[in-house]
Design a protein. Structure first.
Length: 276
């Protein structure tokens, strides 16, 4: 699978000078549409010069702005695909099961080629702040990952909640969320409008958002402090969430290590309560 522009940005962000970083952040926050506008419009919205935009797209490996826009157009088309339009045919040489397994394993490997240790550490530092509450939510197909992660985090630290049910229930919970709190959102194509509305309201209240999405980036990225993009495409009518589950499991494991003393005592007490 071709490397997405969001993945290229993640790979090169640390090496970018300030102006190019601003261009990258503007693109991620308005992905991919701002990149489909003219260089002048892009530079104006990013608050940088047109030559800076051209240097930014050259750093990503594109020879010119037209090539960059063509790649974005391909990604936008992939974003909008429905299950009916995705391929379900196996290659002639191999069976459907083997092909899907190979694609899923490649998704996991490809995902973590573009997720840095620093990014994981920064997210874990946010989640390990004992003064904040952690709230997790997902969409129609991704909410099981949010529930799975919440079940583990509840064991290793207090003040963790999974936002279940309808959007109106999520909004009611906002009243109890403070500026130190963290909202972890799982959202993949075709992105869920209710999650976008909720994330926007949360961001307006100063809540830190961690987004786990696919390589085409949910529009929730514009409100997010941290974005991890997992690869989801497989030769099926349906996307695969395997890479997103691995992201959740890595965050669970690293947070457990970061809170080792507290989590050990907490687990010990839970086991005593269960035995009693």
């Amino acid at each position: 699978m071709a490397t997405s522009i969001a993945e290229l940005i993640a790979d090169r962000m640390d090496a970018m000078p300030t102006g190019e970083k601003r261009a990258a952040q503007t693109l991620i926050a308005n992905y991919p549409l701002i990149g489909l506008k003219t260089v002048a419009d892009f530079s104006h919205q990013a608050g940088v010069s047109s030559p800076t935009i051209l240097r930014f797209i050259a750093r990503l490996g594109f020879h010119n702005y037209a090539e960059f826009q063509s790649a974005l157009q391909d990604e936008l088309a992939a974003q909008l695909q429905s299950p009916l339009t995705r391929t379900t045919q196996p290659s002639p040489a191999r069976g459907r099961t083997a092909q899907t397994v190979d694609a899923t394993l490649e998704n996991i490997r490809g995902t973590f080629q573009h997720v840095s240790d620093r990014q994981i550490r920064d997210i874990v530092a946010l989640l390990s702040n004992r003064r904040c509450g952690i709230h997790l939510v997902g969409g129609r197909f991704t909410d099981p990952i949010a529930r799975y992660m919440a079940a583990h985090l509840t064991i290793v630290r207090p003040n963790v909640s999974h936002l279940a049910g309808q959007e109106s229930n999520w909004r009611d919970r906002l009243i109890d969320m403070g500026k130190r709190d963290v909202l972890v959102v799982f959202d993949i194509r075709r992105y869920q409008d209710s999650l976008l509305r909720f994330a926007e309201m949360a961001a307006k209240r100063g809540i830190h958002i961690v987004l786990v999405t696919d390589q085409w980036l949910s529009p929730i990225a514009r409100f997010s402090r941290h974005v991890i993009a997992g690869r989801t495409a497989v030769p099926s009518a349906w996307d695969s969430s395997a890479a997103l589950f691995v992201i959740a499991e890595i965050l669970i494991g690293e947070l457990t290590r970061a809170l080792e003393t507290e989590s050990r005592g907490r687990i010990r007490e839970m086991e005593a309560l269960r035995g009693g």
